[in-house]
Design a binder for this molecule. Sequence first.
Ligand code: 5GP
Ligand code: ZN
Length: 115
Amino acid sequence: MSDDCLFCKIIAGEIPSDKVYSDDDVYAFHDINPAAPSHILIIPKKHLADVKSADDSDQALLGKLLLKANEIARDQGLEEAGYRYVINTGRDGGQTVYHLHLHIMGGRGMGWPPG
Ligand code: 5GP
Ligand code: ZN
């Protein structure tokens, strides 16, 4: 828990969120400003500022983040049409919240490259 972190406050329930999934390790919730018809964020409960802050001790956690994202994508009915995962990192990556999060986006054609 990082005291000044928005997503740590969401995990703690201090800021409300529209929960999709929770267990001991990860938390998933709807993005407040969806960029696609289905836009969910999945985050580790452990505070990691960004993906490059992870180290070898986080190997299982990062694997779980992806595997749970797969389950969520399936549960949201995105599997057949497909979906996109995004991890923005740092300024040029467009990261605005410095608690590692994986965007799960689907429900429309996303196009490539992104704008
Ligand atoms: P980033 O740009 O850091 O990759 O993504 C941060 C995401 O968090 C954005 O898509 C933004 O809409 C979302 N977000 C920011 N504040 C909140 C909030 O208070 N609640 C929820 N549910 N999403 C948020
Ligand atoms: Zn945090």
